[in-house]
Write a protein that binds this ligand. Structure first.
Ligand SMILES: NC(=O)c1ccc[n+]([C@@H]2O[C@H](COP(=O)([O-])OP(=O)(O)OC[C@H]3O[C@@H](n4cnc5c(N)ncnc54)[C@H](OP(=O)(O)O)[C@@H]3O)[C@@H](O)[C@H]2O)c1
Length: 243
């Protein structure tokens, strides 16, 4: 499959690595231009491109840029094939930039879809980059971690679920895009490194009325100005807050 990863920062670069390891044909783009990706592209045997070029012949396009920057991709995405599956792995929370009129418990991927003018599948947003790098396992490994995947098109969702499996995690169907608030910051499924059975239970017990408060508590507990998110202790902290 031709997979394009747009955004190669903390988590996008790690996802790109996992996709390359899974032997998919990989193209990467960032905001500064392909020449800044030469070293990573050589290491991963991948192609570096502008965003506009990266989407042209992609089967799957993963958007791994900050939430508030998503509207800036709308024009380039008009060049993507109609059949391309677009994946949103962003999260909406205060540090990512507040959008007027968008509440924390709204399905944020629906807003992304509106902004870019394309349907999206939501995936890989519920795992810290550290866990994505260190905790991938082969299929069938006992207690293999699982990631939720949400979206409205069943064929596109199945494609992304297979890619999630390829990157080392069980894929759990988390329902439609409207249901995807259950996998956003402040819910028990978010960045808590669960296996498939525990993840299904976590999605089911998500409580919309407390997720804004819990998300704020999560960030207050793990964010360190200057060094960013404490991902070493973050999983345990998030589990405790959303217990
Ligand atoms: N970090 C995590 O553990 C984690 C976990 C789950 C989900 N996420 C989500 O994943 C997304 C990326 O997070 P991150 O931590 O990797 O952020 P990051 O380290 O700040 O990286 C952001 C990347 O997006 C690129 N970018 C920004 N605007 C762009 C544009 N208009 N066109 C093309 N590329 C653009 C940047 O390009 P340059 O490199 O040129 O600056 C950079 O490569 C966010 O939505 C975040 O909520 C992150």
């Amino acid at each position: 499959m031709n997979v394009s990863v747009i955004g190669t920062g903390d988590i996008g670069s790690q996802l790109a690595r996992s996709i390359a390891v899974a032997q998919h044909s990989l193209t990467m783009a960032n905001s500064r231009g392909p020449e800044t990706l030469d070293r990573l592209a050589a290491e991963l045997l991948a192609r570096a491109a502008t965003t506009a070029d990266a989407v042209v012949d992609a089967d799957v396009i993963v958007l791994s840029i900050p939430f508030a920057k998503m509207p800036s991709l709308a024009e380039d995405l008009t060049r993507a094939p109609a059949s391309a599956v677009i994946v949103d792995m962003s999260n909406y929370y205060a540090l990512a930039g507040v959008v007027d009129g968008l509440e924390h418990d709204d399905p944020s991927s629906a807003w992304v879809s509106e902004q870019i003018g394309r349907p999206v599948i939501k995936a890989w947003n519920t795992i810290f980059s550290r866990s994505l790098a260190l905790k991938r396992e082969a299929p069938g490994t006992p207690e293999r971690l699982a990631l939720p995947v949400a979206g409205d098109d069943v064929v596109a969702k199945a494609t992304v679920m297979q890619l999630v499996e390829d990157t080392g995690f069980d894929a759990v169907d988390a329902g439609s895009l409207a249901d995807s608030w259950r996998m956003q910051p402040g819910t028990p499924a978010y960045c808590t490194d669960l296996d498939a059975a525990a993840l299904r239970a976590a999605l089911a017990r998500a409580d919309r009325s407390r997720m804004a408060v819990d998300a704020a508590a999560e960030i207050a507990a793990v964010y360190r100005p200057g060094t960013g998110i404490d991902m070493v202790n973050g999983v345990e902290i998030y589990r405790n807050i959303t217990a």
